[in-house]
Each structure stands twice: as structure tokens, then as C-alpha cells.
Design a protein around this ligand. Structure first.
Ligand code: GLY
Length: 401
């Protein structure tokens, strides 16, 4: 059964009116941001990753820079309004130029950068340039694979200062992170496009390592694991962007949930579906009664760091999962997604077209609290996943993961 058949008339009508609000708002917001690559809104105005200074062109390749194009291209796929594609290509052209400065793209996040931009453009239009860019990006991602530990290296750089409290000297060469589960679809896409299995095989090796070392017995997930890059032996794990070591960073849960769901869709490996189910059970059991998701499911009750990004990405994963399992199992997944999305619409959304951004309370990291990467603010990728989830409810949009 498809998702639309599970929705009550009331839920379908709610989704319909939210999608209308999305279209109404984006028609205005897109013009104000036609020559920007926003990562989020500050006081109702999108920032611009093109105007920030950064080493090695890394503001141009900031890991969320594909999501604005993703919003525009998903809406283009629905409306066929060429202006959406035109604005998306502003981002695509900049990311294209970055492909020749590989150091700026020395990150596993190349999936988050190119799946919602070039790969999505290619799926909609068949553009040869988009095909080329997504293919080069897939090769850069495959090149990050370490065959000793069967993991994709997360980041480059000697150390990762300030990221995991208490571990300022953590070296990046042996680090893998749960977030990478949703970068793997760039490798699945490359194998499906080229008919060369190597990309998929690398993705599956990484997913298998993630199953073994990141997923706890209770279904919660670890953010960062360090391996010995020569032997592949597990060394340590870290709380990363969550509250602390041993806690349950909500967005990490959503990357795992959606990532294993995607890996199952591309490979049909049963263990990936079972892992997605296990993470989903933990996630759903921990959604607060008001439907608004915290930054970390094990953070102190006060002060309240909320993560709409986690709620929206998990909702996308739960909606996909609904379609992959028997009806009695799938309905609670869909209900949990609806509870989170409705809570954001009612209590955490800005529908005023005069201000940028839709979801108002995302948090990037528990221990970072500034104006740009702070607590309880708008992030463009929360909006991307919110829009993707709503379009899924209506059977619209393009599946990119
Ligand atoms: N992938 C980085 C984050 O979720 O913040």
C-alpha cells in the first residue's frame, strides 16, 4: 500500500494546506535569496555562505550548501516553474567550480552537497553537466574509503578542535560518523547510474561497519567512532554534537534511521531494514508528548535545546519506512512522523513570507551556542527535510537518498 492510502482525510487536508503555505512562502523568499547560498536565517534573514571568509574555500563547500538548491529543485519538480531551476543553478555552478579544488571537498559531506543539487538536477532534467558533477563527487567520496577499517573517513585536518568536549586533540584520520549513512546514497546512485558495483560495495562495507560499531543495544546511536587507520581496530567513541559520550544525539538518530532505510532501499539487505527499525523504535519511544524533538534525547530538561532538523529528517525516514514494512508496523511510523511535522507546523514554524526560513528551532551542536550555529534557530536543511516530508505525504517530489 502506498503512503497516501494510509492517510486519513483530515491528515491529507492538513498536508495539502501546509504544502500550499510552502509554495506561497517560497515564491517570495526565493527572489530575496536568488544569489545566496543560505545555511539558515538569523533574525528572519538568510545568511550567505558566499560572503563568509573561510580557509580552502570551505565556506563555499560548507556541508549544508546543497540544501537550498534541494528545496528549489524539489519545488521545480512539482511546479515546473523554471525560475526555481534557474536559482538552484546559482548554487550548482559554484559547487561545480569547487570540484577542481578538491581540498575544499575533502569531506564525507560531499553526499549532502551533491545529492540535493547536481544529482537531483540530473534526475529531473538529465543535464550532462549535473551528471558529470555528481559523478566526480561520487568518486571523491569513494576515495575516502579506508579498506583497513571498512569505513569512510569523515573529515580531513590534523585535529578536530572544540568538537567533542574533552578531546581537543582528536585526530581526524581514523574518524567515522553516523551522519555518513545519508551520504552513502551518492555511492548507490553512482553504481545505479554507471552499472559499476564498486561504489555500492564501498557503501555497504561502510554501512556494515556502522551497524557493528555505532548502534547500541537499545537502538540509540553513537555520533563519532575512532578507528586505527592502519589496522582498522576500534579505538574510542565520542559524543560529538550531542550532549556527551553515551548520550543520544537526536540528529544522529535521524541520520541512522533514514540512512539505514535508504541503504535497504538500494540493496535489499535485510539487516539494514532491521537496523532502521531498531533505531526507529528508540526514536519514537523518546519523542516528547508535545511532538517537539530535543537536540539530544539524554540532555538535561533545562535549558531546552530543540532540534527541528532531527524531527524533519527522522520524519522522512519514518515515512519511507512505512512503505517498506507490513501495514500494522508501518502505521505507527507514519503516525510518529505526522505528530512531529504537525507539532512543527503548529508551534515552531514561521509562515510569514516577509521573513526567511520555515522551521524555527534547530540546533547544530549541544555545546555550540552562537548566533550562526546556535540553539533553537532556523537551518536551511531542516526546511529541506520538512518540505521533502510534506511532498512525500502527497506522493510528490523526487527521492534523492
Ligand atoms: N552532518 C552534520 C550535522 O548533522 O550537523
Amino acid at each position: 500500500m502506498n503512503i497516501q492510502e494510509y492517510l486519513t482525510a483530515e491528515d491529507a487536508a492538513w498536508a495539502e494546506q501546509v504544502i500550499r503555505k510552502i509554495h506561497d512562502k517560497l515564491l517570495v523568499v526565493r527572489e530575496r535569496s536568488a544569489d545566496k547560498i543560505p545555511s539558515g536565517a538569523i533574525d528572519g534573514v538568510y545568511d550567505d555562505k558566499m560572503k563568509e571568509e573561510g580557509p580552502l574555500g570551505r565556506t563555499k563547500t560548507f556541508w549544508t550548501n546543497g540544501f537550498w538548491a534541494g528545496i528549489l529543485l524539489q519545488l521545480y519538480s512539482v511546479t515546473k516553474d523554471e525560475r526555481y531551476a534557474e536559482i538552484a543553478r546559482f548554487t550548482e555552478d559554484i559547487l561545480h567550480d569547487c570540484l577542481s579544488e578538491a581540498e575544499g571537498l575533502a569531506t564525507h559531506d560531499i553526499g549532502y552537497l551533491f545529492l540535493p543539487s547536481a544529482a537531483l538536477d540530473y534526475k529531473i532534467t538529465g543535464s550532462p553537466k549535473a551528471l558529470n558533477d555528481a559523478s566526480v563527487a561520487a568518486n571523491l567520496l569513494a576515495g575516502r574509503f579506508n579498506p583497513a577499517g571498512n569505513y569512510i573517513r569523515a573529515w580531513n585536518g590534523d585535529t578536530l578542535p572544540g568538537f567533542a568536549p574533552g578531546d581537543p586533540e582528536m585526530h581526524t584520520v581514523g574518524l567515522a560518523i553516523i551522519d555518513c549513512m545519508l551520504n552513502l546514497p551518492l555511492l548507490y546512485w553512482a553504481s545505479e547510474t554507471t552499472k559499476d558495483p564498486r561504489y555500492r560495495l564501498i557503501a555497504m562495507r561502510h554501512a556494515d561497519t556502522t551497524m557493528k560499531h555505532f548502534i547500541r543495544e537499545d537502538g540509540s546511536v553513537i555520533h563519532i567512532v575512532e578507528f586505527d587507520p592502519e589496522t582498522g581496530m576500534y579505538i574510542n567513541d565520542f559524543g560529538g554534537q550531542g550532549y556527551q559520550k553515551g548520550s543520544a544525539w537526536a540528529r544522529g538518530q535521524s541520520w541512522g534511521l533514514y540512512g539505514f532505510t535508504a541503504s535497504y532501499k538500494h540493496t535489499e539487505k535485510q539487516e539494514y531494514l532491521d537496523t532502521a527499525r531498531k533505531i526507529a523504535a528508540f526514536f519514537i519511544a523518546n519523542i516528547p508528548s508535545d511532538g517537539l524533538v530535543p537536540e539530544d534525547f539524554r540532555q538535561p530538561a533545562e535549558p531546552w535545546a530543540q532540534d527541528d532538523i532531527a524531527a524533519c529528517a527522522a520524519s522522512c525516514g519514518l515515512i519511507e519506512l512505512t512503505g517498506l514494512v507490513p501495514e500494522e508496523e508501518g502505521r505507527p511510523y507514519l503516525e510518529a512522523a505526522l505528530r512531529m511535522l504537525k507539532a512543527i507546523d503548529a508551534k515552531s514554524a514561521d509562515w510569514n513570507p516577509e521573513t526567511d526560513g520555515i522551521t524555527m528551532r534547530g540546533t547544530t551542536a549541544y555545546h555550540v551556542r552562537d548566533k550562526v550555529h546556535g540553539w533553537n534557530k532556523n537551518y536551511v536543511y531542516a526546511d529541506y527535510f520538512f518540505i521533502e516530508a510534506l511532498l512525500k505525504l502527497k506522493g510528490q517530489g523526487i527521492y534523492i537518498w
